[in-house]
Design a protein around this ligand. Structure first.
Ligand SMILES: [Cu+2]
Length: 176
C-alpha cells in the first residue's frame, strides 16, 4: 500500500515537472543587434556591426539610442531600389523606423553575407553585415561586389567577412 502510494506521487511529480518547465525545451537561437548613438547624435552605429550566426538564427534589432529613430534595412532592389547585397535566396526585410526601445526581428536562413543599413544614417556609416554559416555551405553567397550604389566611406564601413567569421562579432572599436 505504501509502495503503491509512493509510486503514484513520484509519477505525479514527474508530470508536474514536465509541464512546469517548458523553458527546458531547446529554443531557437536568438542574437541581438543594438542601434546606438551619442547623446547629441554626432555618431550612430549598429552594435555589433558584424555578426556571424548559424542558419535559422533570429536576430532582434533593438533601438537603444534614446535620441534617434533608426531602421535596419536589407540592401535589395525591392526596398528603395538599392543594389542587392543579401543572398538571392533571402527575402528582403525592413524594420521601418524604430523609436527608442522598439525592436524588430528577422530569422536568417540563406547561407552567405547579408548587408544592411539604417535608412536615415547610411551616409554616416550606419551599416552592418551578418554572415550566415560559412563559405562552402550549400548555396553560400559571398559579399556583394562593390558597385556605384555605395559611397566609398560606406563600403569601407562593412567589416571584412573573414574578420566576422574569425571573431564571431565585430564592434565599432574593432574596426581599423
Ligand atoms: Cu540610424
Amino acid at each position: 500500500m505504501m509502495a503503491a502510494r509512493r509510486q503514484f506521487l513520484m509519477l505525479g511529480g514527474g508530470v508536474f515537472a514536465t509541464l512546469g518547465f517548458p523553458q527546458l525545451l531547446p529554443a531557437a537561437p536568438v542574437e541581438t543587434v543594438e542601434m546606438k548613438g551619442t547623446a547629441r547624435g554626432e555618431s550612430v552605429w549598429f552594435a555589433p556591426m558584424g555578426l556571424a550566426i548559424a542558419a535559422g538564427t533570429t536576430v532582434r534589432f533593438v533601438n537603444h539610442d534614446p535620441g534617434n529613430s533608426h531602421t535596419a534595412t536589407a540592401y535589395h532592389p525591392a526596398l528603395f531600389d538599392r543594389a542587392r547585397r543579401i543572398p538571392a535566396a533571402a527575402r528582403p526585410w525592413d524594420s521601418d523606423f524604430l523609436l527608442p526601445d522598439e525592436s524588430f526581428s528577422v530569422t536568417f536562413e540563406a547561407p552567405g553575407v547579408h548587408d544592411f543599413y539604417c535608412l536615415p544614417h547610411e551616409a554616416a556609416g550606419m551599416v552592418g553585415r551578418i554572415v550566415v554559416g560559412q563559405p562552402g555551405d550549400p548555396g553560400w553567397e559571398g559579399a556583394a561586389p562593390d558597385g556605384d550604389d555605395l559611397d566609398p566611406e560606406v563600403r569601407a564601413a562593412f567589416p571584412p567577412v573573414e574578420a566576422i567569421l574569425a571573431r564571431g562579432r565585430i564592434l565599432r572599436g574593432d574596426m581599423p
